[in-house]
Write a protein that binds this ligand. Structure first.
Ligand SMILES: Cc1cc2nc3c(=O)[nH]c(=O)nc-3n(C[C@H](O)[C@H](O)[C@H](O)COP(=O)(O)OP(=O)(O)OC[C@H]3O[C@@H](n4cnc5c(N)ncnc54)[C@H](O)[C@@H]3O)c2cc1C
Length: 382
């Protein structure tokens, strides 16, 4: 598959490559130790327009298509995954509902600030009782005059502690459930009745915060429904489909970085009076890492191209997410192995990538759920 980049896209790719290598990567250890992203990095990301990559130009964003976004996210995936998570949750699952499904009024009201990064976005679907089974929502919203009144608790919400706007899914008709009874809402952090829980303690993704988001008689204006009332489950699938391609692109970027780090280390590390790269065992690991990464990239770009062609992409998005996240975990494991004991040390980036790889098999739908989606589509098609 050949993707020909425009001059502008090539320049953007290089600019982001420099940003992650020269600006972000030197702070990676600090982010790990402090579990916080230095504000100046967020400010540079805003200046580069990274918070607006998926937002149309008319609302102040860069308005990249899906292939463009995948290229940018692959570049970002080369550095600290926690830092990237802040941006990708905002530009991906946090923004897609508004960009693709919301009324003109909501777009004009919220997207310019989101594009500038002055309002941070989050996506709130998961609940303590509704993870893989996202149809089993307990959060409900009841229409009262010109307002909706929302009650319930979301959990594990990326950007939860820092978000200004949330795309929230709630039951609006218990009898219909996922078939016409779930709706999506744009909820501002300051709406009365919304509170955010404390930051979760996690295995990785340091600097990226997740938390509960709690709604207690939260008052939401009628106009803040995203898309049609009752169509929220379909909206969630659309948003997650695109998000999964972005996640796959980030995973491919991380794999690319791990291959470079591993090849460099293998050439420099001397054992038995020769570089460990001279051993076929090491070469085979590098060969598998490179081959699988190229395959993951091809699958990811194919899914992104299909989105740009306006085609149904549920199956391909799941394939890209499933394969790229599995590859990321295998590549990270081999990278640690090639680095030997050094790969287990926090001062080496492979240790961080190894921990950060793990979540990619779980969030935005576990890999078991991706297999269910793919199999359902295959059975329907054949
Ligand atoms: C760091 C982090 C960030 C997150 N960010 C967000 C966010 O921004 N917004 C949001 O809404 N959610 C977010 N999530 C939630 C995430 O999407 C869920 O954790 C995920 O969908 C899995 O749900 P669960 O944790 O309830 O696992 P469960 O659904 O309880 O699954 C447990 C295990 O059972 C398996 N399983 C379940 N059902 C089946 C089945 N039918 N067949 C086979 N296997 C099955 C699963 O694959 C998994 O292995 C985040 C989670 C984490 C950890």
């Amino acid at each position: 598959m050949t993707i020909t980049l425009t001059k502008e896209m090539q320049q953007m790719k290089e600019m982001i490559g420099h940003f992650v290598e020269r600006e972000v990567e030197p702070y990676a250890i600090q982010i790990e130790e402090e579990d916080a992203i230095p504000q100046h990095l967020v400010d540079i990301a805003k200046d580069l327009g990274l918070f607006g990559i998926s937002i149309p130009e008319q609302y102040g964003g860069i308005g990249l298509n899906a292939v463009g976004k995948a290229i940018v996210l692959e570049q970002l995936g080369r550095t600290h995954n926690g830092f990237v998570s802040l941006i990708s949750a905002h530009t991906g699952i946090g923004s897609t509902g508004l960009v693709k499904l919301a009324s003109e009024h909501l777009k004009a009201k919220y997207l310019p600030d989101m594009a500038a990064g002055t309002k941070i976005a989050a996506f709130a679907l998961s609940e303590p009782g509704a993870g893989s089974d996202a149809t089993n929502l307990a959060t409900s919203a009841e229409k009262k005059g010109d307002y909706w009144v929302m009650n319930g608790t979301k959990h594990f919400i990326t950007n939860g502690p820092i978000a200004d706007v949330f795309t929230v899914f709630a039951l609006t008709d218990k009898d219909k459930g996922a078939k016409g009874g779930i709706s999506a809402f744009l909820v501002e952090r300051d709406f009365p009745g919304l509170t955010v829980g404390k930051k979760d303690k996690k295995m990785g993704l340091r600097g990226s915060y997740t938390s509960q988001v709690i709604f207690e008689d939260c008052i939401i204006p009628e106009e803040n429904v995203i898309g049609e009332v009752g169509m929220g489950y379909i909206s969630a699938l659309t948003i997650l489909g695109e998000g999964r391609v972005g996640l796959a692109a980030r995973a491919v970027g991380s794999c690319g970085k791990l291959i470079e780090l591993s090849a460099k280390y293998a050439k420099e590390r001397i054992q038995f009076n020769k570089p460990i790269a001279d051993n076929q065992a090491i070469q085979w690991m590098l060969a598998d890492m490179a081959t699988e990464t190229e395959a993951a990239r091809a699958l990811t770009m194919m899914a992104a191209q299909k989105i740009d062609e306006g085609k149904k992409v549920i199956k391909e998005a799941s394939m890209a997410k499933l394969f790229a996240s599995d590859v990321f975990n295998r590549v990270a494991d081999k990278a640690v192995q090639i680095h030997g004991g050094m790969g287990y040390m926090a001062e080496y980036p492979v240790e961080r990538f190894y921990r950060d790889a793990r979540i990619t098999k779980i969030y935005e739908g576990t890999n078991e759920i991706q297999r269910l989606i793919i199999a359902r589509n295959v059975l329907e098609e054949c």
